[in-house]
Design a protein around this ligand. Structure first.
Ligand code: ATP
Length: 455
């Protein structure tokens, strides 16, 4: 088996579209820049990413609770958080080609004139001075646009957590260290240069967790969360060679942060931020206390001790994880002189867990046995039944969407009640009693998995 091709973004975009993971949004109207819609397998993949994150953050621990906050919050939230004044990117326009660039990313941008150069390097370039551009989308509440009706679509989910600190700390009677995880959905940023497929979008689904700790323990917990999040990616099979931790230099830090590490993935565009882990100190709780007048601090009912906890935040979007998993899993290889494209996804991440296939689609007995196995399995797992076309093509279709196993019902099944199970990665086939398939699959899904893809 020889691997023929390195992964490019074009290949990922093409597979995503071909197999219905992701479609360009509003396509029949010419598309809308960075917008994408998720098809069937894309939704399943996103659901699995969210579920695995929630398991690790909440289900497997005793110290983190869930929260789902609104997209439109009181506008003063964004004044207190610093977003109204400071959530800006420096923007440069070119008067000649009418393109817009982020001033801090000119070295990665291309000028609109041919032959394409860096903005400013072409003789006809006519760049404006950088202007600060606020990334928050504005809208209005109520039927009339009047003073006071202006609101923002949230650019992050974290603030929804901070403003609920008191609710959770008091009502759930939690004592730091404890965390609150917001997996409620989308955040919106009017990015100047969206692109690179799902990497930089104007709407994306964030998964953020704020971990509140006694100030003296902040440094220790910050290190802990960097390690935990790296371990999560390793657990779900991301290659070690493609994941690294980069600690921010002091001049890179956001206004609220005393330390930040980016977990970077080697995307086809180069090493880029997959997830950020930040020590936000007590910045947010203090800012909201000051602006709202409500004290957001922790008070020990017994001793009367009170303090403003520090906050450690792992923040990531499902889109960047989705893209990293697709890239890490994508492989083209030649097997028995025939090419195949395979997505080597962790079985718990894969959209479909198994396919049930009658070897001969026209054989009624095989179809009946296959349908009944499928009906049994679908009660517990996301499985597919497929009797369309030659068996080799059906296997290839499942390989392309990353289905880890296929159960095939053949002549022998009709004689001895066994089926073959084909493994997506090794292509090994073995026989199992048909009555034991469900238990086999449940067990197989629980096993650790590591990618056979070369580093
Ligand atoms: P970048 O430097 O790439 O613009 P950021 O530092 O502004 O990202 P954060 O504000 O730290 O990003 O957001 C937390 C996480 O949200 C990021 O690590 C990333 O996973 C995700 N994210 C941020 N912006 C986008 C976007 N435009 N599209 C998709 N995901 C995003």
């Amino acid at each position: 088996m020889a691997t023929t091709d390195p992964v490019t973004m074009d290949k990922i975009v093409s597979l995503s579209r071909r197999r219905g993971f992701v479609f360009p949004s509003s396509e029949i109207y010419g598309g809308l820049g960075s917008g994408y819609d998720y098809g069937h397998y894309g939704v399943l993949l996103k659901n699995n990413i969210r579920a695995r994150w929630t398991e690790a953050m909440v289900q497997e621990r005793d110290d983190i609770l869930l929260l789902d906050t609104a997209i439109i919050l009181h506008p003063r939230v964004w004044e207190a958080s610093g977003h109204v004044a400071g959530f800006t990117d420096p923007l440069i326009d070119c008067r000649t080609c009418k393109l817009r660039f982020r001033a801090d990313q000119l070295d990665q941008a291309q000028c609109g004139k041919r032959p394409s150069k860096r903005p400013g390097e072409h003789t006809e370039c006519d760049l404006t001075e950088p202007r600060q551009f606020n990334l928050m989308f504005e809208t209005t509440v109520g039927p009339v646009q009047e003073t006071g009706s202006k609101v923002f679509l949230r650019p992050e989910t974290a603030q929804g957590i901070f403003i609920n600190f008191k609710n959770v700390a008091q009502l759930a009677r939690r004592k730091p260290p404890f965390g609150i995880a917001n997996v409620g959905g989308k955040s919106f940023r009017n990015e100047i240069t969206p692109g690179n497929f799902l990497f930089r979008m104007r709407e994306f689904e964030q998964m953020e967790m704020e971990f509140f700790v006694p100030p003296a323990e902040a440094e220790e917990w910050y290190r802990y969360w960097v390690e935990e999040r790296v371990a999560w990616y390793r657990r779900y099979g991301l290659r070690e060679s493609h994941l690294r931790v980069r600690e921010h230099e002091p001049e890179e830090l956001s206004h609220y942060s005393s330390a930040t590490s980016d977990l970077e993935y080697l995307y086809p565009i180069g090493w880029s931020e997959l997830e950020g882990v930040a020590n936000r100190g007590d910045y947010d709780l203090r800012a909201h206390t000051e602006v709202s007048g409500t004290k957001l601090e922790w008070v020990d009912a017994g001793t009367g001790e009170r303090y403003t906890p520090y906050v450690i935040e792992p923040a990531v979007s499902i889109e960047r994880i989705f893209l990293a998993f697709l890239i890490d899993g994508y492989e083209e290889e030649t097997v028995a002189e025939r090419p195949r494209t395979v997505l080597r996804l962790h079985p718990q991440i894969a959209p479909v867990k198994a396919a049930v296939l009658p070897l001969i689609a026209k054989d009624e007995a095989m179809v009946t046995r296959s349908r009944s196995l499928y009906e049994e399995l679908r009660l517990q797992f996301m499985v597919e039944y497929d009797d369309g076309g030659a068996i080799g093509r059906r296997y290839r279709r499942q390989d392309e969407i990353g289905t880890p196993w296929a159960f095939t019902i053949d002549e022998q099944t009709l004689d001895d009640d066994t089926v073959t199970v084909r493994d997506r990665d090794s292509l090994a086939q073995e026989r199992l009693p048909i009555g034991g398939v469900s238990a086999w699959l449940r067990d197989a899904l629980r096993q650790p998995w590591s990618t056979p893809k070369a580093a």
